[in-house]
Every structure is written in structure tokens, then in C-alpha cells.
Design a protein. Structure first.
Length: 70
């Protein structure tokens, strides 16, 4: 799935490990999962930490910042 959210992640150190799943290159235990409605979920060590519905790229940046990932 290519959109502004996933393009932002790839440009900022995330890799697509499977369809709708991204892993942080610097810490492989950190993963983001998308669904087709722009819902995002953060997992660390396979445990769900938080989630959010994204309306804009600013929502994604805020979500990553709130979770101390940028």
C-alpha cells in the first residue's frame, strides 16, 4: 500500500516487512500495522501499545512523536 503515510515512514527509517506492516530499522521490535481505513496500531515486542485513525500526515507525525518514535 503506497500513500503519503507509508512514503513518510519509508523516508524516515521504516521498512515494509509485509503487506500493511512496517518495522523500525533501528529497533526491530517496533512495528506499525495499517488497515485499509488509515487506522494505525503500534506494537512493541508483539504487544499492542496504541492506535489511532489518521486523517493527515500531521496525525502520523504526532502519533510517532507521542510514542517517542521520532
Amino acid at each position: 500500500m503506497k500513500n503519503s503515510f507509508t512514503e513518510y515512514l519509508i523516508k524516515n527509517g521504516w521498512i515494509e516487512v509485509s503487506f500493511l506492516t512496517y518495522q523500525f530499522q533501528e529497533n526491530k521490535s517496533v512495528e506499525l500495522f495499517f488497515d485499509t481505513s488509515n487506522q494505525i496500531e503500534l506494537y512493541i515486542n508483539k504487544k499492542r501499545i496504541s492506535g489511532k485513525y489518521l486523517k493527515s500526515i500531521e496525525d502520523l507525525v504526532s502519533f510517532l512523536s507521542d510514542n517517542k518514535l521520532i
